[in-house]
Design a protein around this ligand. Structure first.
Ligand code: IPM
Ligand code: MG
Length: 423
């Protein structure tokens, strides 16, 4: 096996790992394997400290995130999270008061670590274009944008209460933003745009909400410091529509907490599979929290079916944003592109007199246990610094090759995006 170890660049990182609930432990295990492989190949050491958060912490300590666990997360170099929460209709965790439920742990760690900036990339992988629910002419050539979501303010953290008024229950949630909160997230969005395609679209509801009118004013001021960035405002209802009408128009979407929650789920849907999307939550320092955009999927937990790619890509974001290990992060992203078809793959064989016809169909709904190894193992083979083209052509093709070898045949490859590879 080749390695790229440079003794002087070798580093040591202490990662707080929060597997959480549901499929969390399974996907985090796979991401750790990838990190270990990166460490082995590039000479870094990643030490892991496992922490409890979510339902498993409720079971152990009676609360979703203890202060002690939060302190330990603060002392780490970065946090890798699987997912928290259970089945709302079935789990006892949801009989508890709202501030004691699994999700409250997530909100507490975001706030406690000061992670006000949430980045959710939405990338349409070529191999998954068939899974994208939009018409192919809208997505031809793929798309690649990022939702920059404010994460520690707005409705999520405003005062809330329920009381009786005039003989009936009345519930109140408050949406507050100050200039500092808006300015710091806006700067993040513009800085990110400078490293991408230099476009920021700020999303609000300024035709109705005061908080949005302040948002719009402050973001406009920040935009003046970035003359190279093409800047626009959009109302959130229009943005929801534009995401399915023409997702290619976006580069960086900047928005507040609640709108970002909703729009990022919509964005993930148009990429075809939420199982592929990573997320990073960042603050002022280098400490960040990295987690897949999807949830804990309790219905498939423990079956070894969960797709770990979103968590693996989140680990890649950790290398980039928290540890500044750019080529290492690229290696992971490249390897995932090479194996984007590392979803559940069906191989259909047809024997004819002269040849074996094999179609590989990517269902994008999960992974078989034996395939997970094939996705996590080839990572060390791919290094962007050596070649722009990834070293493998994906799990589908790897499977084909194996089958063709078994038949002592030669291969002719025809790759049809979204429909698999015919050999
Ligand atoms: C997310 C989730 C959380 C959120 C929930 C679980 C509290 O939906 O990370 O998008 O709303 O922020
Ligand atoms: Mg959400």
């Amino acid at each position: 096996m080749e390695n790229y170890i440079n003794e002087e660049e070798a580093m040591n990182f202490h990662i707080a790992v929060i597997p959480g609930d549901g499929i969390g432990p399974e996907i985090v295990t796979q991401a750790k394997k990838v990190l270990d492989k990166v460490g082995e190949v590039y000479g870094h050491t990643f030490e892991y400290e496992e922490l409890l958060m979510g339902g498993c912490s409720i079971d152990a300590y009676g609360e979703p995130l203890t202060d002690e666990t939060l302190e330990r997360a603060k002392k780490s170099d970065s946090v890798l999270l699987g997912a928290v929460g259970g089945n709302v209709g079935q789990s006892n965790w949801y009989q508890l008061p709202p501030d004691k439920r699994p999700e409250a742990g997530l909100l507490k760690i975001r706030k406690g670590l000061g992670l006000f900036c949430n980045l959710r990339p939405a990338v349409l992988f070529d191999e998954l274009s068939g899974a994208c629910p939009l018409k192919s002419e809208l997505t031809e050539g793929g798309f690649d944008f990022v939702v920059t979501r404010e994460l520690t303010g707005g409705l999520y953290f405003g005062e809330r209460f329920t009381k009786e008024v005039d003989g009936q229950l009345q519930a109140t949630d408050t949406l507050t933003y100050n200039e500092t909160e808006i300015r710091r997230i806006a700067k993040w969005a513009f800085d990110i745009a400078m490293k991408r395609n230099k476009k920021v679209c700020s999303v609000d509801k300024a035709n109705v909400l005061d908080s949005s009118r302040l948002w719009r004013k402050v973001v406009k001021e920040v935009s003046a410091d970035y003359p190279e960035v093409e800047f626009s405002d959009m109302l959130v209802d229009n943005c929801a529509m534009q995401l399915v009408r023409d997702p290619k128009q976006f580069d960086v979407i900047l928005t507040e907490n609640m709108f970002g929650d909703i729009l990022s789920d919509e964005a993930s849907m148009v990429t075809g599979s939420i199982g592929m999307l990573s997320s990073a939550s960042l603050g002022e320092g280098t400490l960040g929290l990295y987690e897949p955009s999807h949830g804990s999927a309790p219905d498939i937990a423990g079956k070894n079916k969960a797709n770990p790619i979103a968590t693996i890509l989140s680990a890649a974001m950790m290398l980039k944003y928290s540890f500044n290990l750019l080529k290492e992060s690229d290696a992971i992203e490249n390897a995932v592109k090479a194996s984007a078809s590392g979803q559940q793959v069906h191989v259909v064989c047809k024997e004819e007199t002269q040849m074996v016809l094999i179609a590989v169909i990517d269902h994008g709904i999960g992974m078989r246990e034996e395939d997970i190894k094939k996705v996590t193992e080839p990572f060390y083979m791919v290094d962007k610094s050596r070649s722009r083209k990834a070293g493998g052509a994906g799990l589908g093709l790897a499977l084909c090759t194996e089958i063709v070898k078994l038949h002592h045949a030669r291969m002719k490859i025809k790759s049809r995006l979204g429909e698999g590879t015919t050999v």
